[in-house]
Design a protein around this ligand. Structure first.
Ligand code: IDP
Ligand code: MG
Length: 141
């Protein structure tokens, strides 16, 4: 059965430029409920651990620098079939390839500064949610 939650990050470029509100509005309008949310500034160690799967890739170091460059909003979002539905809402990693009307198409500045993160599987949604939130910080799920 598909999971009912996913994990998301509003990335530093979007927070810095005041896009948190508009992005949250799109998330709510698409029917996602916020089950947990907080603002954090990731340490280099946290970002390296969160993105460990990309270690060794050409963009890894600059991705870590970017993701630790300012505060982000981390969230758990509730929805039926949440992982797949949220990936549809945010669009492709590269905003040039993202569908019109998707969050990345609207708010990304580049492939790296693509405004939002969304988990790619139920297993990773669970891991990523557990990475940032204790059980006392989440509701609805
Ligand atoms: P995803 O966020 O759509 O799942 P991933 O391939 O998992 O995409 O990459 C994680 C993040 O790393 C992307 O969201 C983006 O910020 C960054 N990234 C991915 N590929 C590139 C690249 O080719 N150049 C620069 N940054 C990249
Ligand atoms: Mg990914």
């Amino acid at each position: 059965m598909d999971g009912n939650f996913t994990f998301s990050i509003i990335k530093p470029n979007a927070v810095r430029t005041g896009k948190t509100g508009p992005i949250l509005a799109m998330i709510n309008e698409a029917g996602f409920e916020i089950a947990a949310m907080k603002m954090v500034k990731m340490t280099v160690e946290q970002a390296e651990s969160f993105y460990a799967v990309h270690k060794g890739k050409s963009f890894f170091e600059s991705l870590i620098e970017f993701m630790t460059s300012g505060p982000v909003f981390v969230m758990i979002l509730k929805h039926d079939n949440a992982v797949e539905e949220f990936r549809k809402l945010i669009g492709a990693t590269d905003p040039n390839k993202a569908e019109p009307g998707t969050i990345r198409k609207i708010f990304a500045i580049s492939v790296q500064m693509n405004a939002v993160h969304g988990s790619d599987s139920d297993e990773n949604a669970q891991k990523e949610a557990d990475f940032f939130f204790s059980t006392f910080e989440r509701f609805l799920i």
